[in-house]
Design a protein around this ligand. Structure first.
Ligand code: FES
Ligand SMILES: [Fe+2]
Length: 441
């Protein structure tokens, strides 16, 4: 359980909040490149860390993410005309480039450069990497490095990225991702029924009470779930959790290597990002079939305007199974072929995480040993909040190479995590290109 005041500190992300300040030290995924395809694509409304924004791509190919209302008389720039080198407000024609500079004031007689300078709008730095447009919303003097994930380095055809909304606070998503013991229940039907799922994962369904071992690292922590595999061997799933909301999911070879990122839209809504990739070859038909089926990630989703809790609108993908239709819960299915009665793995996760309420009251929880990784994520985040408050540098933000690590899914005779990490993993022996991760102090 977490006292109410700490829960508030953990969850709230607006400008000036302690967690909001920490998250503003990192590059954040803002929108998939496909959402702003080649010029002239339509501007996109988005909200990140509680700030409403508009994104557009100029004819030069660069992306601007700017404040949403025109400085003249506050008309929405989303309605603007995307005119080659800038976005023109449709009310009186003021025009802004991707850096937020005002480049035309057609209804002002003798508009000079000085006036234009004063009429600039807020614009955040962006970088395009791994088919994603990233944003940095912090102070210039704290500019971080981009996280150097392997999935961002492979050719596009070897990778998929997708995003959708979750109608809960971001931490509920972060916690669900590293809660290994729920897999044996909530997702047991998926493990049992997906014909190609690697044999290792089926052990998750047969041993529902794994031993959880958490090992701190410089970038976050490792969460190892050890299950008995029979014959004196152990099934190890080692999830990587990386500041501030990344994780890498253990997977043998199929369907692909993958992970997720949980980016707060605001305190009550979250962009869930999924990335998957193959190290060696383009993702094949079987992968895309699963991708589009809604059975795994992403869920079945529809693109369009979505109203947030305060009535404002963003342009995004909302899952089709959602709270408005009880996630299409199948009560009969609960006693036939679906443990949860919910079809999609993410629908299953989202139903329980959204159902906790927009910000779950963690003072009412009763945690058990298998929640060790959940506790570790909270502690790691709160610890970094305090370090920022003490003026310490945020090391994972400043060293992108820390993100060049792998998750592990392996059967091994080793019963101890350190022995396993020191061993040869066979096919997984390239799991630590940087060597085994060092424990944080
Ligand atoms: S409100 Fe935008 S130009 Fe007047
Ligand atoms: Fe899950």
């Amino acid at each position: 359980m977490l006292p109410v005041a700490e829960n508030e500190m953990l969850c709230r992300v607006g400008a000036g909040t302690p967690m909001g300040e920490l998250l503003r030290r990192f590059w954040l995924p803002a929108l998939p490149s496909e959402q702003l395809a080649d010029y002239p694509s339509a501007p996109v409304r988005l909200r990140i860390l509680g700030e409403d924004l508009v994104a557009f791509r100029s004819s030069k190919g660069d992306v601007g993410i700017v404040e949403p209302l025109c400085p003249h008389r506050r008309a929405p720039l989303f309605l603007g005309r995307n005119e080659e080198d800038g976005l023109r407000c449709i009310y009186h024609g003021w025009k802004f480039d991707t850096n937020g500079a005002c480049i035309d004031l057609p209804n002002v007689q003798a508009a000079n450069d000085q006036l234009k300078k004063r009429m600039c709008i807020k614009s955040y730095p962006t970088v395009e990497r791994g088919d994603i447009i990233w944003i940095y919303m912090g102070a210039a003097e704290n500019m971080p490095e981009m996280p150097d994930f392997e999935w961002m380095r492979v050719p596009s055809e070897q990778r998929s990225v997708s995003v959708w909304t979750q109608e809960s606070n971001w931490v509920q998503g972060v916690e669900g991702e590293i809660d290994s013991s729920h897999v044996s229940f909530l997702h047991s039907d998926y493990l049992a029924q997906t014909p190609d799922i690697v044999i290792h994962r089926k052990i998750s369904a047969t041993d529902p009470s794994p031993k959880i071992i958490v090992k701190p690292t410089e970038y976050g922590f490792l969460s190892a779930a050890r299950r008995n595999a029979g014959n004196g061997e152990y099934y190890w799933r080692i999830t990587q959790w990386l500041m501030p909301f990344h994780n890498m999911i253990p997977s043998a070879e199929w369907p692909a290597l993958g992970g997720r990122m949980w980016v707060p839209i605001d305190d009550y809504t979250t962009y869930t990002w999924d990335w998957s990739y193959s190290r060696e070859k383009p993702l094949d038909e079987r992968f895309w079939e699963l991708f589009h089926s809604g059975r795994s990630f992403p869920p079945k989703r529809a693109y369009g305007p979505m109203k947030l809790h305060d009535g404002k609108v963003i342009d995004t993908w909302r899952p089709i199974c959602n709270a408005d239709n009880d996630y299409r819960l199948d009560r009969e299915g609960q006693f036939k072929d679906l443990f949860s009665g919910l079809y999609g793995v993410n629908d299953q996760d989202r139903a329980v995480q959204e159902g906790m309420g927009p910000i779950v009251d963690r003072s009412k929880e009763n945690l058990v040993a298998s929640d060790a990784a959940v506790v570790a994520a909270r502690r790691t985040l709160m610890d970094w909040v305090k370090r920022v408050q003490n003026g310490e540098p945020v090391l994972p933000a400043l060293d992108g190479s820390m993100y060049d690590v792998k998750a592990l899914d392996v059967i091994s005779p080793h019963a101890e995590l350190d022995d396993l990490l020191a061993s040869d993993f066979g096919d997984m022996s390239t799991a630590w290109p940087n060597g085994a991760p060092a424990a944080a102090e």
